[in-house]
Design a protein around this ligand. Structure first.
Ligand SMILES: [Zn+2]
Ligand SMILES: [Zn+2]
Length: 271
């Protein structure tokens, strides 16, 4: 990671907080780490409550959302001059999309990430349910994943798709080339006008690879899909992790800028 004053201006838009039940470290420490790294802007995007199940180890409760927002307001007062965005990461579960939209509209988010962590009720990226890979065909899992991701893009609730090829998290991949499996999904993302996230957390997971794969990102660029940058930090020391590699990958894909959000409006920031 570049030290302060050098390298490109960057923003980490994917920071979690202990409210989700599986992250640690006070929010203030995340911001301090970002400033230490010379980041221009930060955004918290903790997990929005799941509507199809309740699990205190996955998300905050609905009653906590106003407290999360108050935390951000307090941080803004503690760090005047530092742009601290109020984001959220919401799960796309088709049956709950209408209710989710109604709930999201109540809050003044700067941006909303849409995430696919569930395929027809199966939490495919949760180590507790990893056995599910044994009962299913990998090609079919990937096909279904990109179909649901396309549905998420089209549902109109989200500004950014988080970790767009999360399905590879554990390193299980179909033997044959998967580019044809996501081509349709990419067209749907481009037509819906969303951004995709370059998320460095994949490097810290069994797959040991950025989300998304460089080939996927190159196609995004060709289709004019904007990109954001996020570490998916669940601890202060993960803020800005491997952003040097992410910037390299973005540039190799042809990107000259990332995008920032404020009040759900997008603007570019040159890399
Ligand atoms: Zn998380
Ligand atoms: Zn996620």
């Amino acid at each position: 990671m570049a030290v302060k004053g050098e390298g490109p201006r960057l923003a980490d838009y994917h920071l979690h907080t202990p409210r989700c039940g599986h992250a640690r470290g006070e929010m203030r420490l995340y911001v301090e780490r970002a400033l230490e790294l010379g980041l221009e802007e930060v955004g918290f995007a903790d997990h929005f409550p799941l509507l199809h199940l309740r699990d205190p180890h996955l998300t905050m409760d609905l009653e906590e959302v106003p407290l999360y927002i108050a935390d951000i307001e307090e941080l803004r007062r503690a760090f005047p001059g530092v742009p601290i965005r109020l984001g959220i990461e919401a799960d796309f579960v088709p049956e709950e999309a209408e209710r989710l939209g109604e709930l999201l509209s109540r809050y003044p988010f700067d941006y909303v990430y849409g995430s696919v962590h569930y395929l027809d009720g199966w939490g495919f990226d949760d180590p507790r349910y990893i056995d599910g890979y044994g009962d299913r065909d990998l090609h079919e899992i990937y096909r279904r994943y990109f179909q649901v991701l396309g549905d998420a893009a089209e549902c109109g609730l989200f500004d950014i798709l988080a970790h767009p090829d999360l399905v590879k998290k554990f390193g299980f991949r179909p033997e044959k080339d998967i580019t044809d499996l996501y081509e349709d999904c990419l067209g749907r993302i481009a037509a819906s006008g969303l951004a995709v996230e370059v998320n460095t957390a994949g490097l810290r997971k069994p797959v040991r690879e950025m989300y998304p794969h460089p080939d996927f990102l190159r196609r995004c660029r060709e289709l004019g899909i904007p990109a954001t940058l996020g570490s998916d930090a669940h601890a202060p020391e993960e803020v800005g992790a491997d952003f040097d590699l992410a910037v390299l990958m973005l540039k190799e894909a042809g990107y000259e800028e990332i995008v920032l959000f404020e009040g759900r409006k997008r603007r570019p920031m040159p890399l």
